[in-house]
Design a protein around this ligand. Structure first.
Ligand SMILES: [Zn+2]
Length: 147
């Protein structure tokens, strides 16, 4: 009778060594990164390089160094370049709220008012404003623009 004294604690035969994805997401991968996560870490390092270049960063595999060093070690040395000057201050510079373009009052409009052709402008209310024969500024909604 075979005595099975050998109690294997669960054969963990790893065909390939599993690593935690270097980006820190916790995904296990046979490679250094889960697919696509190299870009993620690259972005993190580039950002760190630009914002805190002197600060050491420790990666999940124990690699430690300043961002530019890690970038270089990971083959991304070319990304360790200073940020363009504009990125220094993250000021939220939202473009001014598009002001409702109040259409500028049209001027030099000729319109027939009653029997007469008058020259004036159309104001924002859509009224035709002109100076009448008495020199008075009048506005009317009864007009026909002539062009
Ligand atoms: Zn990852």
């Amino acid at each position: 009778m075979a005595t099975n004294t050998e109690t294997k604690p669960k054969a963990e035969k790893a065909p390939k060594q599993k690593n935690k994805c270097l980006c820190g997401c916790g995904t296990e991968t046979a490679r250094r990164f889960a697919p696509g996560h190299d870009a993620r870490l690259k972005g993190v390092l580039i950002r760190a390089f630009r914002t805190e270049p002197g600060k050491d960063i420790t990666l999940v595999n124990g690699m430690k160094g300043k961002p530019e060093v890690l970038l270089a070690e990971l083959g991304w040395a070319k990304y360790a370049v200073a940020a363009k000057p504009k990125a220094t201050k993250p000021k939220a510079d939202k473009p001014a709220k598009a002001e409702k373009a109040e259409s500028p009052a049209q001027t030099g409009v000729k319109a027939k008012v009653g029997r007469w052709i008058q020259e004036g402008r159309i104001d924002s209310d859509g009224l035709f404003v002109y100076t009448n024969s008495k020199g008075q500024l009048v506005s009317t909604d009864k007009f026909a623009v002539i062009d």
